[in-house]
Structure formats: C-alpha cells, structure tokens
Design a binder for this molecule. Structure first.
Ligand code: KIV
Length: 297
C-alpha cells in the first residue's frame, strides 16, 4: 500500500478527513461542576448544545460550548421518530459512546450530559440507577431526567450514589401525550406555583442543573434567582436563566417539521457549522440570544 493509499498518517489525514491532533481550546480546563458554579457566580452564561455523534461533538467543543447534551431528541432528529418516547437506553448508550469518543479524540473539555430515556427510570430508584450507570459508563458526566414531584426521591438516590443529575421541568417531551402537545407550561398561577415547587425540590434533592423548557420568561428568571445551587438552562424560557440549550439541528436551520419559536437559525449568517456554533456561544454570552420579544413567552 502506498503512502497516499494508507488509511492514516502521522499528520492525522485519512481518506475521510483529518483527525484533529489536540484540543482546539488548549487554554480551557475540563468543564466541571465547580467550573460551572464559578461561571455562574461571575455572571457568565453557560452554553449547552445537543450532539449525537463524534464529529459534531468535536466541532461543538472546538466552538466553545461548555456542555454537550446527548438528548433523546435524537429519536426525532436522527431516527425520524414522531416523539422521544420510542428512544431506548441502548440507543442512548450508543450515541453517548460516540460523542464521548469524539470528545476524547480531540482532547475535548466539554461537560457531557446524557438523557435518561422514556421508561428507564420510572419503575423504581434501582431501575433509574442501573440506567444512569449505563450512561455514565458510556462516557456521560451527568444524566438528565424529566419530571418533578414524584421523581425527587429518585434524583436524591442517584446523587447520593455519586451521579450528577440535571432535572428537566416545563415542557417535558417524554410526557407530550399527557401534556396534550408541545405547549408552554407554567402559565397559570397554580401551574407556576407547582413548577416552582418542583424546581426547589429538585435542588434540595441535589440536582446540580435544571433544564426549563417552554416556560414563561418571567417565571424562569425568578426560579433562576431562587436556585443558587442548581443552574437553570433554558430552552424557550427567556434570557434570565443561567444558561441556554438548543437542539443542534434546529440552530443549524435543519428541521423536518415546524421550527419552534424559540430557535434562531445561526447558520444563515455563518460560513460553517463551527462558525454557527461560535455565533450561538457569543450571542448567549453577550445576552443577544434569546431575545425575549421573539423567542420567549
Ligand atoms: O432531548 C433534548 O434534546 C432535550 C433538550 C431539548 C433540552 O432535552
């Protein structure tokens, strides 16, 4: 086999692209829970983006996001499912391993969060622990779990066993059928009270992060101020949260359905995927995204 035919070389070139030799962000220390708390204390917004494979994870890391979420949105984005309900634990493990390998290959420093999928934590705390361990062994640093109230003892059980947990309140896609569709949550006084109470309970149970999805901006901002030990990450929840998350394909302008109101297409003014993700990171950190007048309720 000649040098040009070889499958890899010292430069990292392969027939399918070049393996990056080292971290594109050599100055950044690995993102950790203490680092996220420092950012919060310094008033710096936390950025999170979904990724489902090695290459996009490496690009997102290089573009400067602090947190990568292997979301069960992969069911709709990658698998073409009608909702996240059909996503299995085996699928989440496969994609978490892919993302973790991508980050490892470029010496990435992002904090890796993986979703516990539908039906893998509701039966018992032990079932949740087994599912969470599978994701941690696949390379996750934290697991995300949907719901409030009934889930709190499970969150406490996982945290006590050394598994960092991110909660998820508001629009919880795994219960879309019970919620009657992808609707804004916490709009009435009673619903807002319940959501706020669930958020406090999750913090008390030890959740270190909390995704707030499709929640009125004012309510999300109040909850953020109240929860000092649990960093809120908003999606359709206004600019007052500690950080923001978007689905990768949405912010690149690739969506098989209707683009949600809270999404901005960062690709339209960027020359590359990395450029689009960098634009997202800068817009969040500079308080330009989200714009509550356009992207929130
Ligand atoms: O699965 C996912 O991508 C998510 C985000 C929408 C937060 O949960």
């Amino acid at each position: 086999m000649s040098a040009t035919e070889s499958t890899s070389s010292a430069s990292g070139a392969t027939p399918y692209g070049t393996i990056p030799p080292a971290s594109p962000l050599p100055q950044r220390r690995p993102v950790s829970l203490p680092r996220l708390a420092q950012m919060r204390a310094a008033g710096e917004k936390i950025t999170m983006l979904t990724a489902y494979d090695a290459t996009f994870a490496a690009v997102a890391d290089a573009a400067g996001v602090e947190c990568i979420l292997v979301g069960d949105s992969l069911g709709m984005v990658c698998q073409g499912l009608p909702s996240t309900v059909g996503v299995t634990l085996a699928t989440m493990v496969y994609h978490t391993e892919s993302v973790a390998r991508g980050l490892h290959r470029v010496q990435g420093t992002s904090w890796l969060v993986a979703d516990l999928p539908y039906g893998t934590y509701a039966e018992s705390r032990e079932q949740a622990l087994r599912s969470a361990c599978a994701l941690m062994q696949a390379g996750a640093h934290m697991v995300k779990i949907e719901g409030g109230g009934w889930i709190t003892p499970t969150v406490e059980f996982l945290v006590q066993r050394g598994i960092p947990v991110c909660g998820h309140l508001g629009l919880t896609p795994q219960t879309v059928h019970a919620l009657g569709g992808y609707r804004v949550q916490g709009k009435s006084d009673a619903a807002a009270r319940t959501l706020r109470q669930h958020a406090h309970e999750l913090q008390e149970a030890g959740a270190a992060m909390l995704v707030l999805e499709m929640v009125p901006a004012a309510l999300a901002a109040e909850i953020t101020t109240e929860l000092q030990h649990c960093h809120t990450i908003g999606i359709g929840a206004g600019k007052g949260t500690a950080g923001q998350v978007l689905v990768l394909h949405d912010m690149l302008g690739m969506n098989l359905g209707k683009m949600p109101k809270f999404v901005h297409n960062f690709m339209q003014d960027a020359g590359s995927v990395r450029g689009a993700i960098e634009a997202y990171v800068h817009a969040v950190k500079e308080g330009r995204f989200p714009d509550d007048a356009m992207h929130a309720w």
